[in-house]
Design a protein around this ligand. Structure first.
Ligand code: ADP
Ligand code: MG
Length: 247
């Protein structure tokens, strides 16, 4: 399957502002994501990247503005319904340590999606094959490497067949030799009709697969542009400084 970006806006931020106490962490954010787009979000630590994507699946509340999913204000959509359609992969995997790989994947399918156990197990096998971990299905997370754990976390989200996947620095907790196995799995997802928002500083990955790059600084989007412009033609001093530090 090849990916085609649709004109339809799947996610839209309109004048979104969020505070932690008196601290304005997101400052009047406006942007939209088209269906099947791949967007990389980058920017300095503390600029609000995690908070921004956590707002999309209602892990954080906003105080001003609105976030639309398929044109509907997410305030009117139950968190559980949002999370069936918008999956999230975290920096620290967030696997259940007391469950096997198989159970980590089937549990949300059974509990959240109310799927029969047998169907959940078939989905677990299918998605583990996609992340090339079929042979690890009966292991516990503690028996896996960091890269394998993150691939299980990705499989767990994929098994839910989400429309949107959010990644929050999925490779930044990994030893360097494990980064590529996770990026390769993520690249394989970009062949499909899935919408991806990924916070990452892996600029090689961004250049290869992203359609657009959003650069944040101090709670604001300071650049939102296509990949070529971002890397080659930006005249934004903050972007230039950031790129000079990490590339
Ligand atoms: P990034 O992911 O870009 O590093 P974050 O979204 O994690 O940034 O955080 C942005 C700012 O908000 C930081 O200054 C951080 O300390 C602050 N922050 C994040 N989460 C909380 C929280 N739960 N309570 C208070 N402040 C927070
Ligand atoms: Mg973060």
């Amino acid at each position: 399957m090849t990916r085609t970006i649709k004109e339809e806006k799947i996610i839209e931020f309109i004048n979104v502002t969020k505070y932690f106490g008196a601290f304005k962490v997101l400052d009047n954010i406006n942007f939209h994501v088209k269906k099947s787009e791949i967007i990389v979000i980058c920017g300095p630590s503390g600029s609000g990247k995690s908070t921004l994507i956590r707002c999309i699946n209602k892990l954080e509340k906003i105080q001003e503005g609105k976030i639309l999913f398929h044109g509907q204000n997410i305030r009117e959509i139950k968190s559980i319904e949002i999370r069936k359609k918008i999956g999230m992969v975290f920096q620290h995997f967030n696997l259940f340590p007391h469950l096997t790989v198989r159970e980590n994947i089937t549990l949300p399918l059974i509990k959240v999606q109310k799927k029969p156990k047998k169907e959940a197990e078939i989905l677990a096998e299918e998605t583990l094959a996609r992340v090339k971990l079929s042979d690890q299905i009966n292991k516990y997370p503690s028996e896996l490497s960091g890269g394998q754990k993150q691939r299980v976390a990705i499989a767990r989200v994929l098994a839910m067949k989400p429309e949107v996947m959010l990644f929050d620095e999925p490779t930044s907790a990994l030893d360097p030799e494990m980064v590529n196995e996770v990026l390769d799995v993520m690249k394989s997802l970009t062949e499909e009709d899935i919408t991806i928002l990924c916070v990452t500083h892996e600029m090689g990955f961004a250049r290869e697969v992203a359609d657009r790059i959003i650069f944040m600084d101090a709670g604001k989007i300071v650049e939102n542009t296509d990949v070529n412009t971002f890397f080659s033609h930006t005249d934004n001093p903050r972007v230039k400084e950031f790129l000079s530090k990490i590339m």
